[in-house]
Write a protein that binds this ligand. Structure first.
Ligand SMILES: Nc1ncnc2c1ncn2[C@@H]1O[C@H](COP(=O)(O)OP(=O)(O)OP(=O)(O)O)[C@@H](O)[C@H]1O
Ligand SMILES: [Mg+2]
Length: 205
């Protein structure tokens, strides 16, 4: 098992004439927590999207857990996303599903987790982010910060080896900010068999 879980060398990404990533080098070891700070539009989300294969790039090399990204291989990309979790800047909760079902969906579909186990795990994770009583609520009945906390629980439910967090605390208050940091670190350490890498991205702490 390689000690470097994310390895990026000379990464270049442009949208048309706009070169956003200009030769990024970054190594993340297992269990390491990294924050990327930069002004709006500097390319933080784009970098995270490259790491989980949502964006292609023009030049450079990027490996996750020793594997190069194979953008043209749908099966390989699905496998990658099973161990690279992402919490999006805009939360992206499924609006037609309750909070509990949002957390339970991916483990049930992708990991074939039994409904009873999935529900127990979802309730535990929601309790940890302070939302135990919202299990049956719909996303549009939640505040922005609460939606963001559901998104954290949902990502942790997949027990990812790498967790990409795109300004996950932007809608949270200062106290919750520290709490979320703790939950994420703790969740990554205790949920699986091995230490996990958390890759955090926060422009406006
Ligand atoms: N799909 C796209 N097509 C064209 N340009 C894009 C696209 N996505 C991002 N960009 C451009 O790439 C640059 C970096 O955007 P990105 O979203 O990565 O910034 P960011 O650092 O995450 O900003 P913020 O702090 O506001 O979230 C911006 O100039 C943006 O306009
Ligand atoms: Mg962004």
């Amino acid at each position: 098992m390689p000690d470097t879980i994310v390895d990026i060398r000379g990464l270049r990404k442009r949208f048309g004439d706009n070169e956003v990533l200009k030769g990024i080098d970054l190594g993340v070891t297992r269990g390491e927590v990294i924050a990327i700070i930069g002004k709006s539009g500097s390319g933080k989300s784009t970098l995270l999207r490259c790491i989980n294969g949502l964006e292609t790039f023009q030049d450079g090399a990027l490996t996750v857990d020793g594997e190069a990204l194979k953008h043209h291989d749908a099966k390989a990309m699905r496998a990658l996303r099973q161990h690279v979790g992402m919490i999006f800047q805009s939360f992206n909760l499924f609006p037609h599903l309750t909070v509990g079902r949002n957390v339970m969906l991916a483990p049930a579909l992708v990991k074939q987790r039994a409904a009873k186990d999935g529900e127990a795990q979802a309730r535990k994770l929601l309790e940890r982010v302070g939302l135990a009583e919202k299990f049956n609520a719909m996303p549009d009945q939640l505040s922005g910060g609460q939606q963001q906390r559901v998104a954290i629980a949902r990502a942790l439910a997949m027990e990812p080896a790498v967790l990409l967090c795109d300004e996950i605390t932007s809608a949270l208050g200062r106290r919750r900010h520290d709490l979320a940091d703790g939950h994420a670190r703790d969740g990554l350490r205790t949920q699986g068999q091995r230490p996990r890498g958390l890759h955090a991205c926060r422009a406006h702490p």
